[in-house]
Design a protein around this ligand. Sequence first.
Ligand SMILES: *[C@@H]1O[C@H](CO)[C@@H](O)[C@H](O)[C@H]1NC(C)=O
Ligand SMILES: *[C@@H]1O[C@H](CO)[C@@H](O)[C@H](O)[C@H]1NC(C)=O
Ligand SMILES: *[C@@H]1O[C@H](CO)[C@@H](O)[C@H](O)[C@H]1NC(C)=O
Length: 451
Amino acid sequence: MLLLMITLTITRLSNAKECRREVKLHAAGFKPVSNHWRLEQHFSDVILSEEFLNLGVEQVCSLISSDKLTIASEEKVFEAVIAWVNHDKDVRQELMARLMEHVRLPLLSREYLVQRVEEETLVKNSSACKDYLIEAMKYHLLPTEQRALMKSTRTRMRTPVSLPKLMMVVGGQAPKAIRSVECYDFKEERWHQVAELPSRRCRAGMVYMGGLVFAVGGFNGSLRVRTVDSYDPVKDQWTSVANMQDRRSTLGAAVLNGLLYAVGGFDGSTGLSSVEAYNMKTNEWFHVAPMNTRRSSVGVGVVGGMLYAVGGYDGASRQCLSTVECYNSSTNEWTYVAEMSTRRSGAGVGVLNNLLYAVGGHDGPLVRKSVEVYDPATNTWRQVADMNMCRRNAGVCAVYGLLYVVGGDDGSCNLSTVEYYNPTTDKWTVVSSCMSTGRSYAGVTVIDKPL
Ligand SMILES: *[C@@H]1O[C@H](CO)[C@@H](O)[C@H](O)[C@H]1NC(C)=O
Ligand SMILES: *[C@@H]1O[C@H](CO)[C@@H](O)[C@H](O)[C@H]1NC(C)=O
Ligand SMILES: *[C@@H]1O[C@H](CO)[C@@H](O)[C@H](O)[C@H]1NC(C)=O
């Protein structure tokens, strides 16, 4: 059989050349090959691209019928189909039924079915599509044990292959700002070095977004910087992207609704309340509403679609902070939520199972090993088990259901150790393999291991 190859360029950053990644897609009807597998892995990125909209119907069907599609929710598949049809509506609307055969409507929520799917004109205009909708409604009405008896591929859960992960530790102070970057391979339980930062950087914000790592702002040994470097794990290469508007070190960085936020920090003379956001597509930073409080050494995390800024240091009152505020991007407003039980500046903040963790940090010279966790559903903080070591300015990330804390300093030494928290056992365990060097103020994030 003839293999029809098309080249798909995932334009996550549309214009930014360095961020284009070529993915080869094998067309419909052919056996999945590794490249096809790769495309399934990045489906959420693919559907944003012009190239997806220009695929043929066979290719789209092949992609969306795959059990291995990696998506946060089946909504993505429905939206992709609608976007693809609308791209050339006159020609494509008669293909709706053929495409919808592969959209697993029963896996969508009732609300989404009623509010979005049923209201879609393309669905209304096709009796076959309406049948698929009825099938989905029926699925929701049936008792669980009878659902299993429905003979339809559309009720089958997708089972994406989860990519192996690496934990990436970028720059930091050891004891001066450094360029070194190392990765921990969870499977091999080993550290290895990857491409160094283009320039020294510590106290930066770090995120993983659209397959790239972003090192945002920080301190280069002499100045607080507004520069941003991005790392492509596939190419093992760093490149610069647009500068922030403000200089910031000890900021918080997080991804909310596809934008990268840089929150608070220190510009060299004062603590910042300002917040800016980065759009990958336009390669531009813009200010959003500032926080209610100036916060340097702030920790941030995203839970339930809200961005939380936790503790830090308020240069005005010269106090370490116990207050916490959260940002709603649709109202562009910061609101205080429940305070922590204690003041924490330089706490490690991470999110695991929809809970926000604040790990260690300090209040004046006192470095903490205590940990508390915030539940947005109840707006309450509670204490969990202490870490093995006191740590401030450590990096935090969550992976495989565990919360990892990397390095930091205990008040006298920069630490090369890593420990993780298991919420099921409420226990901290020190990882046997240490980093090559002690670092505080390093950036830490989890990435997909390049193939
Ligand atoms: C650890 O890093 C701090 C900055 O966080 C630096 O001032 C200090 O000298 C370092 N300590 C050691 C023992 O390297
Ligand atoms: C820090 O950044 C400033 C401004 O970008 C630059 O002039 C200086 O050389 C940098 N210092 C180091 C140590 O890289
Ligand atoms: C943001 O605020 C709007 C308006 O009050 C609300 O409808 C929405 O649910 C909020 N977002 C989140 C993630 O809570």
